[in-house]
Structures are given as structure tokens and as C-alpha cells.
Design a protein. Structure first.
Length: 424
């Protein structure tokens, strides 16, 4: 493999606090060195990165992929295309496919399909319960041995408290953790938007925000009993974040992430029954959005995930209450996060930390940093380049973006996987 020398880049490494202009040399798929001015080895390819930022490739904690079972929505290959365009080099995928990833052979299938893309490390979660139905625990030991990185029922909450208690204990025994969709199922059933004035005015069945906090409170209590690690996905309410903040202060094994819609949009984005903005959990009032931003700043939130949920046109071209929830998020993950940087809510290194080193550390992965000897998974970013999100023009199959029409500043200029350019 030819050496690659990035020349004159603004090197950004949240893990070490590095923010300096310099060069970075890649050899044999690894970062060989970086510094003020590196010599160009004979035969090395030079990449002129002047005026651009070079950062670790993004580590996306959560994406749903249609394959297997719903390839018409998204395949692993099409998701890899969208991920590369978004600067994502490591993608963690949910197991609630059809069939669910509750069998070691299916976990290995997902790993092989990810490897075949050549542009992405695809890491599957194992199903927390068989068929992701919330009743009988899956075989965590066999799933982990096959390559599952943690356990979850994906977009379905583990509603039964006894089952969740057993899951936390079982995962802890295997040195792993449970990711929970924090929404009390009986309160959320049949709901389409956050309960309140807007839902009432639009005639939509509501989901009380307390459905999130109730599940978070219950599972924090179970984590205290079991000493297991619970991770809450796409947290979206102030009440739930307050509970997580207190649990962390207590020293419990509790972590969480959020997704760009919950710090960039509020419930008014559903407008006149705009189904592209129908998500799970639903968009919240402005006070909750501001609480999510505050939790990103104070460290309560451990990572930002794309929460990619591909849907086809037929899923969304329905009355709002009947339309499928979910939004495409791979191509917009970086750009929407950078909007918080441009808006002054987050520093650049802090924002990138939530997309790289922090999720990598949570999963125990050797990526997400510009360290010598680390994999050369890299993203080159033009912070000033403006673009507009337009459905029908996004990379990959999924076009159902809640950010359709949104103007963004900051775009991927190139993505490298193990030293090989895969985008740009």
C-alpha cells in the first residue's frame, strides 16, 4: 500500500486535545506519525489539506439497516456508501432486523457483509432477547463470541422489569452492557407525537414525555441492584437527563447518547403533519431541546449517534399517525453536529469527541484517535463549506431525512478507511 502524507491540515484529536496545523503520515493502514512538518517519503501520495481539518473517522453508535429482511429500505452496501460520505468509518448496527440478530450465524453474516464493503467497520449488536420480543434472553455468550459488541432490542424497549434485570446481570457476567430504548411501552403505545398543545391542535395521539423518564428511572434502579451497565439510547427529555446526571454522580454504570434531531429540532418541525419529522422518540418541546444541548456541554451525554432509521416513500406517504417513525441520519450526522459548533454551543474538539473518541472508548475500540500506530480511519472536513440537505440527493438508499431543506455549514471533503480513500 502506498504511503499517504496529509500536508498542512488542522489536526484534530479530541482524545489527546491536539488542535494544531501539521502533517500526518499513513503507512500500511496505520498512522505512522504526525507533526509540524514531516518529510515526504519516496513514492508517497500527498494530500493537500491546507485549510481543512483532519480528524479521526466517526464512530456511529447506532444505526438501523434494512438488511436482512428489508433491503428495499437500506442494504449494508448502501449504508456504507452513505456512511463514507458522512465521514463514518465505524458503524454499530441494531439487531432488530428480520430475522433478528439473535443467532451467532446472523451476527457473523453482518460482520462479513460489512467487511465486504471495504469502506466500513460494521459492528453488530446482539439481540438482548430472542427475536427482540422482550421475553426470553438470547445467548449472550455465544453472540459475543461471534462478534456482538453489546446487547439491545433496538427500537423496542425491554418493557418487563424482571427481564431487564436478568439482562443486565447476564451482560455484566460477559463484560458487556445493555442498550435500552427508554420509552415505557404501555404509555407510548399508539402515540405519534409528544403529548401537549401541538399534538392536541394537530389531532395526533400523544406520547407523554414521562414515558422516557419512567423507563430511565426504572432501569437506573435495576443497574443499582445488579451493578450492571445500562446505556440509554437517543435521550430526548430534560427529566431523563436529570436522572442520568444524578446516577452518574452516584457512580452507577449508566451512560447515554442522543441524536442530532434532539438537539437541532423541536416538535414544531412536524409542522402540518410532516411525516419526515416523525421519529421515535418523538421530537420534543424547545425546553427539552435546550436541555439536551446543556447535557452535551456538561458531559452528561456520552456520545452523539446518527440514529439512522431508513424508511421508503410508502412508509412516510401516509397520514401522520399511521406513518412509520424514523429518519435517515448517516450523511447528516457530522453537519448537524457542527451546527452546534458554529452556533457557539460546543467547541470543535468537544463536538468531535462525542463522535469519535467517546463512543470508541465506550465500546472498547482502538479507533477514534490520531495516535501513532492507530488505524488510519480518517475524515477530512471543510468547516466552511455550505450545503443543503435535499431528499432524493442523499447518498445511500434512505432519503427520509428530518433535516430535508436544512442549510448546513461543514462538509466531508474525504474519508479514509485503513489508509485507503473511500470517499471524496
Amino acid at each position: 500500500m502506498t504511503d499517504t502524507l496529509f500536508v498542512g491540515a488542522r489536526l484534530l484529536d479530541p482524545a489527546s486535545g491536539l488542535d494544531a496545523v501539521g502533517d500526518l503520515l499513513v503507512r500500511d493502514g496505520l498512522i505512522l506519525d504526525h507533526g509540524n512538518t514531516l518529510g515526504r517519503p519516496d513514492g508517497a501520495e500527498a494530500v493537500d489539506a491546507a485549510g481543512l481539518c483532519l480528524a479521526p473517522g466517526l464512530v456511529d453508535l447506532r444505526a438501523a439497516i434494512g438488511e436482512p429482511g428489508a433491503e428495499h429500505r437500506e442494504t449494508i452496501a448502501s449504508a456504507a456508501q452513505a456512511a463514507a460520505a458522512g465521514g463514518i468509518t465505524t458503524l454499530c448496527v441494531l439487531p432488530d432486523t428480520d430475522p433478528a440478530l439473535d443467532d451467532p450465524a446472523l451476527v457473523q453474516f453482518a460482520l462479513r457483509r460489512g467487511e465486504a464493503t471495504g469502506s466500513l467497520t460494521l459492528l453488530p449488536y446482539g439481540a438482548a432477547t430472542k427475536r427482540c420480543e422482550g421475553r426470553e434472553l438470547a445467548e449472550y455468550g455465544l453472540l459475543k463470541e461471534a462478534g456482538a459488541i453489546a446487547f439491545t432490542d433496538g427500537r423496542r424497549a425491554i418493557g418487563n422489569a424482571r427481564t431487564m434485570r436478568l439482562a443486565l446481570s447476564y451482560a455484566r457476567a460477559f463484560g458487556s452492557f445493555i442498550i435500552q430504548h427508554p420509552e415505557e411501552p404501555s404509555l407510548a403505545a399508539g402515540g405519534a407525537a409528544t403529548e401537549g398543545e401541538l399534538a392536541t391542535r394537530l389531532g395526533l395521539p400523544g406520547i407523554p414525555p414521562a414515558a422516557e423518564a419512567i423507563m430511565v428511572a426504572r432501569d437506573i434502579a435495576l443497574a443499582r441492584i445488579t451493578r450492571g451497565h445500562v446505556h440509554f439510547a437517543h435521550v430526548s427529555t430534560a427529566a431523563a437527563l436529570d436522572l442520568i446526571r444524578a446516577a452518574k454522580a452516584e457512580g452507577l454504570s449508566v451512560t447515554c447518547d442522543t441524536a442530532p434531531p434532539y438537539f437541532d429540532l423541536n416538535e414544531t418541525a412536524i409542522g402540518d403533519w410532516r411525516t419526515y419529522a416523525k421519529l421515535s422518540p418523538p421530537l420534543r418541546p424547545e425546553a427539552d431541546r435546550l436541555a439536551v444541548v446543556a447535557a452535551l456541554k456538561d458531559g452528561t451525554i456520552d456520545a452523539i449517534a446518527s440514529d439512522h432509521q431508513p424508511r421508503d416513500a410508502d412508509d412516510k406517504r401516509l397520514p401522520f399517525a399511521q406513518a412509520e417513525a424514523g429518519g435517515a441520519g448517516l450523511a447528516t450526522l457530522l453537519g448537524v453536529t457542527l451546527a452546534r459548533v458554529h452556533g457557539g454551543d460546543l467547541g470543535l474538539l468537544a463536538a468531535l469527541d462525542l463522535l469519535t473518541a467517546k463512543p470508541a472508548t465506550l465500546l472498547g475500540l482502538p479507533v477514534g484517535r490520531l495516535a501513532k500506530g492507530a488505524p488510519a480511519d480518517l475524515v477530512l472536513i471543510d468547516l466552511e463549506r455550505g450545503w443543503q440537505v435535499k431528499d432524493g440527493q442523499l447518498p445511500g438508499k434512505a432519503q427520509n431525512s428530518p433535516f430535508d431543506g436544512r442549510a448546513l455549514e461543514g462538509r466531508v471533503a474525504g474519508t479514509w478507511k485503513a489508509g485507503r480513500r473511500v470517499f471524496g
